[in-house]
Every structure is written in C-alpha cells, then in structure tokens.
Design a protein around this ligand. Sequence first.
Ligand SMILES: Nc1ncnc2c1ncn2[C@@H]1O[C@H](COP(=O)(O)OP(=O)(O)OP(=O)(O)O)[C@@H](O)[C@H]1O
Ligand SMILES: O=P(O)(O)OC[C@@]1(O)O[C@H](CO)[C@@H](O)[C@@H]1O
Length: 300
Amino acid sequence: MIYTVTFNPSLDYTIRIKNFEVGTLNRTNYEEIRVGGKGVNVSIVLTSLGVENIALGFIAGFTGDQIESGMQQLGCKTEFIRLPQGFSRINIKLQDETETEMNGMGPAVSISECERFMMNIKRLKPGDTLVLSGSIPSSMPQDMYEQILDAVDTDKIRVVVDTSSNLLRRTLAYHPFLIKPNLIELGELFGRSLIDYDDIVGCAKHLQEEGARNVLVSMGSAGAILVTDEGQVFSAPAPSGDLVDSIGAGDAMVAGFLAGYLERNSMVDGFAKGLAAGSATAYKQGLATREEIIAIAQRM
Ligand SMILES: Nc1ncnc2c1ncn2[C@@H]1O[C@H](COP(=O)(O)OP(=O)(O)OP(=O)(O)O)[C@@H](O)[C@H]1O
Ligand SMILES: O=P(O)(O)OC[C@@]1(O)O[C@H](CO)[C@@H](O)[C@@H]1O
C-alpha cells in the first residue's frame, strides 16, 4: 500500500487577473477551486493512474469537508484526522504575467493530535510506500518527519520525500528511497544557483552521500535528472507542449514515478512516467488524468 502524508491540505483558489496591481481593487477574469496540498495531489494522480493509496493528514472545518469529499469524488481513499477547531487553508494561486502564490497557515495541530497521527504510521508493513510531501504547519513540531522516520524501518518501507530544502535535508540520514528536490530547492541546499548539468548531478550525488538513495531533480520546462542508487544517471528534457499551469506538476511527477517504478521495479520506467505526468499536468489547468499522461508518454 502507498500512504501519502499531507499535514496541511488545502483548497487551491486559482485566479487570473489582468495587470494585477497591489493596493487597489482587482477583479478576476478566471477562477477555479480545486483540492490541493502536495500529498493530496500525489494521491489524486496515483488514483487516476489506478494505483491504490490512502491519503493521511489533518483536515478541519468546512474547507476540510470539501477536501475530503472532493478527494472521495475522485475515487481517492482518505483517512484524515479531523481537527476540532479552525479550517483547512485556502491557498491563493494568482496568475498574471507571472505566478504568485499565497499559501495559508492552516489549522493548529496539537501534540495529542500528532500522537494520534503517529498511530497511523505504526500500521505500515514491509513493502509499503510512504510519501512525505509539503510543509509542516508552524503549530506542529518541525521534526515531525524525523519522528515518522524514527518509527519506520526505511530498509523495508520505501520512503519518498518532497518538501522544502531545510526539512528535506533533515530526512537524509534516514535513507529515504527517493527525494525530489526541484532545481531551486537543490540550489538552496548547496547555497548557489544551479544551471550546469555536471554541477546538478554532483549535488544530487552529494545528497546520496548524505543518505538519500535515489535523487530525482525536477527542472520545470528543462525536464529532470534522476541519479539512482546504482550510479545510473538519467536525464531528459520535458516533452514538448504549451505551459498552462505548472502547479502540482512536481506532485504529479512523484505519483507518475511511483506508478511507473512499481510496475516492474524499474527506475527508467519511473523516470519516464514521472516526466510524462509532470508535463501533462503543466500543459493543462489542474492535475493530469491517466489518459493525458499516457498521451504525453506515447510521444516521448
Ligand atoms: N513549464 C513546463 N513545461 C514542461 N514541463 C514542465 C513545466 N513545468 C513543470 N514541468 C514538468 O513537471 C516536472 C516537475 O516540475 P517542477 O520542476 O516545476 O516541480 P515542482 O517545482 O516541484 O512543482 P510544483 O511545486 O509546482 O508542484 C518537470 O520535471 C517537468 O517534467
Ligand atoms: O505549503 P506547501 O505545503 O509547501 O505547498 C502546498 C501547495 O502549494 O503545494 C501544492 C502544489 O505542489 C498545492 O496544491 C498547494 O497549494
């Protein structure tokens, strides 16, 4: 079984405003609300690809109800812990010439609720996959990912981590099966901006020395590079297409990678499906469906 973890799921309110101006009234010319949060997005794409999974995390209030029912309508299995107070966040994605994101702080999570969450982790079995995605709300212990990794045997459970650079680095000592930094996050980890192929591969290998097994570096329109624990390096540009909205492309890539990898335990299949799922998502509004991913994969 694959379990995805999203501590702070969201409703993503995507709006377009022509010539957005700060400090004045702006009106939208496009708006849409979708269920979001990194692990939630991974669950939605996995489900669309026919890969069974369970979404874990916390929800609260009317927005939390909407997140849960929205996911269930998409066929996802959810086992969220419902918080007694507050509401799950609404993240604003403002599209103008550029993309501006305003992510909410989300509801407060108490220590006892964190302890309750840890009970979920105890039930993981050898062969399961655990996807740790996204930020940790400020109300929660910032070592929550480490607490989880302390409780699982990462030799027997495949752990995938996709989170901000500082939280990501703290998980490396636990030997996660896969980490997926984007180019900016990888650059933050090494204190410089990365553009050179050899430099990127070198940094990925450095993260392996720090403990990561496989490192998938996503590079937006430039595609991705995968450095495996067997020393192979795969790299490919993104398949061609017209960018519509890249939000969730990284999450789709994680889901595509897992779906592709788990079919035959093949890194190259994971890499190809991850790339297809990421770009298929970037070329449409919202997350790509199975059909859209297959269509892109067929012309790669
Ligand atoms: N503009 C784009 N054109 C084509 N493919 C893209 C584009 N943006 C993203 N992708 C595809 O999606 C993959 C992941 O994208 P990206 O590197 O932006 O991840 P990310 O920063 O984690 O994304 P996000 O946080 O928005 O989910 C890329 O490797 C690529 O295959
Ligand atoms: O605030 P976090 O947890 O870092 O990221 C949350 C988020 O921006 O990531 C997803 C896209 O990857 C969105 O659906 C969601 O709004």
